[in-house]
Design a protein around this ligand. Structure first.
Ligand SMILES: [Mn+2]
Length: 302
């Protein structure tokens, strides 16, 4: 089921429709390193290079406009599972790899923690390639002294992917179910059968998925607390989130399939989840016209 989700035509096609100026084959113009937004740390995960779902164009834009002392690649960067079935590797995906290696050359400390979709890199744990350190997990100390466990997070679930897929199709399915519901009950009424709610059943299933994600977050936070750290950074479930659970910080850096999120640490240790699609949309709006109220608010907030 998750395979269908990754194969769905979300991703670059939509990005091109939204931002026609972004030619992915030609790759957007890199911004000079000096003009980039500087962070102490950047965490990204669940890029799924090698699948059509990967939003490589947005990730390139993000990589070209930001910089950091440390970059954590928190797993599922390359989707080996899909690549094994069908080879898909457009120029933009290659550019993502090149940009990351270029950062390592420029002096960014790059730590790659393979996930379950790129588990073939786990055999190289402890090694370093082109300035990229491969680790099974890592401990990160923030500028204000908090100790964070960094892990992809697949070790904490068995069936999350199917549930996540359920949450993804939930909205579309709900509308469809409503239609079907009406139709079914018209037939049932004619046959003298009582009303039966299909959509209620579907909603219950989606609610279960939401509960499942919440339970996953608690399991990860508890594991972090058992290790005596102040917090945990993970990915895997494609749901960017910050929660404090039993005094432990749970940070999920999201994904580059749907959410297009990055987690960043500012120079003072303050952390923030970025929604890059919103940032790009705001920038496109600012270019189209004089800065509107929305842009001004954004700038003030930044
Ligand atoms: Mn994963």
């Amino acid at each position: 089921m998750f395979d269908t989700y990754l194969d769905a035509d979300v991703g670059n096609a939509d990005v091109l429709r939204m931002f026609p100026a972004l030619n992915i084959d030609g790759v957007p113009d890199p911004v000079e390193p000096g003009d980039r937004r500087r962070y102490r740390t950047i965490w990204i995960s669940d890029v799924h290079l090698g699948t059509r779902g990967c939003n490589a164009a947005m990730l390139l834009d993000f990589l070209d406009r930001t910089d950091s002392d440390t970059l954590y690649l928190v797993g599922d960067i390359i989707d080996g599972w899909r690549l094994k079935k069908r080879f898909f590797w457009p120029a933009a995906h290659n550019e993502v790899v090149r940009r990351i290696l270029a950062r390592a050359r420029r002096g960014t400390r790059v730590v790659y923690i393979p996930g379950n979709h790129d588990e073939m890199f786990r055999q190289f744990t402890g090694m370093s390639f082109g300035g990229v350190d491969i680790r099974r997990a890592a401990f990160h100390t923030t500028a204000d002294g908090r100790r964070l466990l960094v892990t992809h997070g697949d070790e904490f679930d068995a069936v999350m992917l199917a549930h996540r897929w359920l949450a993804f199709v939930g909205d579309t399915l709900y509308g469809l179910t409503m239609e079907l519901n009406r139709w079914t009950n018209a037939v049932r009424r004619r046959l003298g059968m009582p009303y039966w709610s299909l959509s209620k059943m579907a909603k219950h299933k989606v609610k279960n998925a939401v509960e499942f994600i919440s339970r996953y977050e608690e399991v990860v936070a508890r594991a972090a607390r058992d290790r005596g750290v102040d917090g945990v950074v993970c990915g895997h479930i494609h749901t960017a989130e910050f929660r404090t659970i039993d005094g432990v910080e749970y940070w999920n850096d999201g994904d580059w399939v749907e959410g297009c999120n990055a987690l960043v640490e500012h120079a003072d240790g303050r952390m923030e989840i970025l929604h890059w699609a919103d940032e790009m949309a705001a920038r496109a709006g600012a270019q189209d016209s004089a800065p509107g109220p929305a842009t001004i608010t954004r700038l003030r907030a930044a």
